[in-house]
Design a protein around this ligand. Sequence first.
Ligand code: ES4
Ligand code: ZN
Length: 324
Amino acid sequence: METFIHALPKVELHLHIEGSLEPELLFTLAERNQIPLPYADVESLRAAYQFTNLQSFLDIYYQGANVLIREQDFYDLTWAYLQKCHQQNVVHTEIFFDPQTHTDRGIPFADVIGGISRALADGESKLGITSALILSFLRHLSEEAAFATLEQALPYRDLFVGIGLDSSEKGNPPEKFSRVFARVRELGFKVVAHAGEEGPAEYIWTALNDLQVARIDHGVRCVDDPALVEHLRQTRVPLTVCPLSNTKLCVFSEMSEHNIGKLLDQGLCVTVNSDDPAYFGGYMEENYLAIQSALDLTKPQLAQLARNGIEASFMTEQRKQALM
Ligand code: ES4
Ligand code: ZN
């Protein structure tokens, strides 16, 4: 199974680049930038990665991002992730970044997107990994702040293909951002949104209807609404599911309770992704392996999950065909 999973050409569609910051690089950057850390060493930092829900994770994730200061830091972060992709036969990746996490600390937008994009260009030329960048608005902040972030991003519009919505879900429904996403669509960007991770199935409906998303990030709570499951089956609007994330954040109590296998068998376009691999204990292969063993997935099921990732991506039809 390990060999089979390794050999599958994998596409990642749900990865927060800030969530790929491994404790070792975090310490290196803290030292380089003279940022004091409330942890003595890598081991005690890793030991703090015990989460009870989404917010308990986000608090530590935003704290970790404070060591990212220079353009080179964003390059190093992204390059380390791309090397993991290379080791795991991930051939294409669509990456989220959270500009507000950095610009609100006084880091220039240009340095954030510049460092990430420079690494992605090297990923393609040196490792043959294609990629796309998705800017994500923080939903716990205001609509006004999202509009301001969009304005700041427009001079760099050629460097990203889409805009998403992440951070604390409950109490921050997609429709809080209806107007800014109407503008985002007018500008020609792809739209995605986290919905139905911790929040209700209703948030998946409003992401679809009010934001007109091309994909739902997570979406696993769709099972609470049979009409929604049927809609997702018929339209094949993809769900970018993140199994290790869901168990680490207690969305499912254990992997054997995860619904990705059932949703796959019902004909939904579910995909496998790593979300925040440095915090949740694994990259793409670890996610595939975890669901395979817990849910006893077969090779045809695993191959279908990988094909769904290709189908759900923003690659050209020509490239999709070449990978299928
Ligand atoms: C996230 Cl797992 C998750 N959910 C929502 N927002 C996020 N940002 C980074 N990881
Ligand atoms: Zn996510």
